[in-house]
Write a protein that binds this ligand. Structure first.
Ligand SMILES: C[S@@+](CC[C@H](N)C(=O)[O-])C[C@H]1O[C@@H](n2cnc3c(N)ncnc32)[C@H](O)[C@@H]1O
Length: 253
């Protein structure tokens, strides 16, 4: 009988917890999105939802003077964020907390900015934007990345892959309409470059997948998990021109 059988969630955490980031993105694109927000000095309370181990939480804190709360479902990621904040001398202004982005623990109208990279699709863009709006101060900002169709061709294999993963893809125009219908005005929108997937995420993740295979030799669950992750890379190499992460930046209307 096999002992120490990891679940898919265990493997997801083990493969990602020591990566710089848990999804496509980069410090450059975080800064690019920040550049649309005007005067940053007045931002005293910021939340980064689905922060993972907090690459963008820390990037934000380095460009803002206020407090940044990083919130994620998994305590393992939050522990890493808190350690990194400590190492960077940001412990006073960065706080990681465990929680769910569809049930926020903040006071109404208390946040200047809600940030979320690569995470809102876990609950759905519309549900997230609608729920979060009440926590923003008047004129507060929201900035999210969401996987989106970039062309009018929607290959069935990609449609199925993302639906099976729990988040469908919509067009950029649809997602902008969702943002506006949820009570925000559009400030900016831009597509993350390919390197945010390949160099920033897939390459370091592949090293972590190889380590998983070494740690669990012959384990079928691990082999299937690794194969599915590698399939995502192959699909992106073949069809990545049709879909990608898009930053949507809005302001409470
Ligand atoms: C693709 S990762 C992105 C992490 C990080 N923002 C980054 O860009 O590296 C998605 C993150 O969302 C978190 N997540 C998923 N569902 C969530 C929920 N309902 N509430 C809070 N976090 C959630 C996951 O634990 C994971 O850390």
């Amino acid at each position: 009988m096999e002992t120490n059988q990891p679940s898919i969630i265990d493997l997801l955490i083990e493969a990602h917890v020591h990566l710089e980031r848990q999804g496509p993105g980069s410090d450059d694109t975080t800064r690019q999105a920040l550049s649309f927000l005007g005067e940053l000095d007045g931002f005293s309370n910021v939340a980064d939802l689905g922060c993972g181990s907090g690459p963008q939480t820390l990037e934000l804190a380095q460009h803002l003077t206020g407090t940044v709360v990083g919130l994620d479902l998994f305590p393992q990621f939050i522990d890493v964020l808190n350690e990194r904040a400590d190492q960077l001398g940001l412990k006073d202004r960065v706080r990681g907390m465990v929680g769910s982005m569809d049930n926020l623990p903040f006071e109404q109208e208390s946040l200047d900015l809600i940030w979320s990279e690569g995470a809102v699709d876990n609950i759905g863009l519309e549900k997230g934007l609608a729920h979060w709006r009440r926590f923003l101060k008047k004129d507060g900002y929201v900035a999210v990345t969401c996987p989106s169709w970039l062309t009018n061709q929607h290959p069935a294999v990609i449609e199925k892959f993302w639906t099976d993963a729990g988040s469908g893809l919509d067009s950029i125009s649809h997602n902008i309409a969702v943002l506006q219908n949820c009570g925000y005005r559009l400030i900016a929108c831009f597509t993350l470059p390919e390197s945010c997937w390949t160099d920033e995420y897939f390459a370091p993740r592949e090293t972590a997948l190889e380590k998983l295979l070494e740690t669990y030799p012959g384990n079928e669950t691990v082999a299937a998990f690794v194969a599915e992750n590698r399939r995502e890379v192959e699909l992106y190499a073949t069809y990545g021109r049709h879909y990608g992460y898009v930053f949507y930046i809005g302001r409470k209307a």
